[in-house]
Design a protein around this ligand. Structure first.
Ligand SMILES: [Zn+2]
Length: 137
């Protein structure tokens, strides 16, 4: 179900809790909401739809991927400065991002996944994971 986008900075500043298997419907709503905003949004965190759970959704080309409880297990030593926008906050802000990351997470079927992600997708995952920490960029 497509949900309303949260713009309350106090709510968005709160850390997300660990997701459980029962939270899979939230991941589905997050994918639906990302799909609805796809033309100006490439990723979303669950707190942006009012759910304080560690779930993100990321666009990888035409495919939308949900990641529950994502953890970065490895990252490139090299970083770069990115200019990022956010559907919940107006304007753009600078962030330091790793060129690639290796992430482990549960997928929408609660299967364990581990992947190396590079480039734009890696930047999106890092931005959305900041949301889970209550960090706004
Ligand atoms: Zn954002």
């Amino acid at each position: 179900m497509v949900k309303e986008i949260v713009r309350d900075l106090i709510f968005l500043g709160q850390k997300a809790e660990t997701a459980t298997k029962e939270d899979i419907p939230i991941a589905r709503d997050l994918l639906d909401t990302l799909a609805a905003h796809r033309e100006r949004c490439v990723g979303m965190a669950a707190n942006m739809i009012g759910e304080r759970k560690a779930i993100i959704a990321v666009a990888e080309g035409n495919a939308l991927t949900a990641m529950l409880n994502p953890v970065i297990v490895k990252k490139s030593p090299r970083t770069y400065k990115a200019l990022e926008g956010c559907l919940s906050i107006s304007g753009e802000r600078e962030a330091e991002r790793h060129e690639w990351i290796e992430v482990k997470y549960r997928d929408i079927n609660w299967n364990k996944e581990k992947r190396k992600i590079m480039g734009m997708e890696a930047e999106i995952v890092q931005h959305e994971m900041d949301h889970l920490e209550g960090k706004l960029i």
